[in-house]
Design a protein around this ligand. Sequence first.
Ligand code: NOJ
Length: 514
Amino acid sequence: MQFGKGPAWLDHAVFYEIYPQSFLDTNADGIGDLEGIIQKLDYIRSLGCNAIWMNPCFESPFGDAGYDVSDYYSIAPRYGTNRDMQRLFEAAHSRGIRVFLDLVPGHTSIEHKWFRESCRAERNAYTDRYVWTNDNRETPGNMGYLRGISERNGTCAFNYYSFQPALNYGYYQPDPEKPWQQSMDAPGPQATVHEMESIMRFWLDMGCDGFRVDMAMSLVKGDPDEEGTIRLWQHFREFYDREYPDCALISEWGNPEHSLRGGFHMDFLLHFGPSHYLDLFRGPAPYFSRQGNHSLRAFMEKYLEYARQAGDTGMICIPSGNHDMDRMARHLSQDEMKLAFLFLMTMPGVPFLYYGDEIGLRYLENLKSKEGGYQRTGARTPMQWDHTTNAGFSQAAPHKLYLPVDTSSDRPTVEEQEADPDSLLHTVRTLIHLRLQEAALGNRAGFELVSDALPLVYKRGTDAGKVIVILNPSMEPICWNARGTLLYQQGDVEPDGHDGWRLESGAGCILRVL
Ligand code: NOJ
């Protein structure tokens, strides 16, 4: 089954990921809110970003920062109301910004009323909503499970933390010896599918433009080759093509061959699994560090394999970071990050910028885990806007903040970087605008790798025009033969007098070629 490319706006999309807890608090309770996002839409637009992905903002006990939903149809009061979300959609659309919410279809919170009902001994509408065995001594195979918390006799599989019971989409090939393993077509799994459609429809009708889908690969159980899960997503994609053709889906899957076949419009490179994503900006010796390992061979081999599998339908997206990994700024200096962004904003696919990375927001060390964040907590701290109280994030007393603000005297802020034409912020903004103007740098423009070591060199382009990107992250100057005119430069880049260019340490450029 081959799906189309989806809405045309995706060809020019640049996303900004917002962790709502930490963006802007407008009611001084120490936690970010929807009104705060509305107030910063002009800022987001000024960066050139034309789409937002917000981490979950539905009702939740927040054991996992909202990835433990207790009501998919209501905005968590700490962020505002459903009406505020509608205002956010409207305000974003009036500025040409699309809004994606985070859908968590694989599991709920144990506090969800579906789960409470599902735990009851009497059969009811939610008995088959989760993956249960029929006896509390029988476990659901190679998954974590909850036991002893229900009057119902059985154990229930969970997906991530032990308070996130797995919703039931059935088993790809149910084991006849285990009658509790339901087929994908059984009424219980079908009701779950139907409910997820209703949830999506609810928000899409209100103005939402699509969803980032959490653990999209996790839905169907007993599905080692993911064929059942792929079939399930094909069903959802048909639903989009039929009812919401201008909306889109991006998966947390990390396997474009599967996710795009499943009908996702986009898939992320993940910081775990086989992608070698960490080789770029993190890991022990990231490519974009001056001291790094200056070969991207392993990354590029995998990337090109993914790109071949993706063909010309869905897109592979490279994020600057996200709420699950540490910050780029923990590994790279501001100058190194500039070159990293030159790479990010010239690669194919839809770029994803994690809030704060545009100013080099730091990873705060040694924080106590917040809402199940553990090692991720330091990458979820408040955005730093200016020099006022709490860096402009909140008027609350510092001890009331969701997470502490970086207190170092040289902490980056938007205000300071706005005033400095050489700042990372200006570089990121310039690069995004350049990407949007130059068809050759477009999300779907061609990609041809020329060198995966030093310098990193690749061509991008369409029939109408081509560019070549040359990046030198090393300590030494490098010369590279390439004819073309300079479209953009970062650091010192000069003609070398022999049909080539000399790039000083840390420099990069984009050439227009014939
Ligand atoms: C992936 C999300 O990005 C992460 O933050 C969450 O903890 C898990 N999925 C579980 O939903």
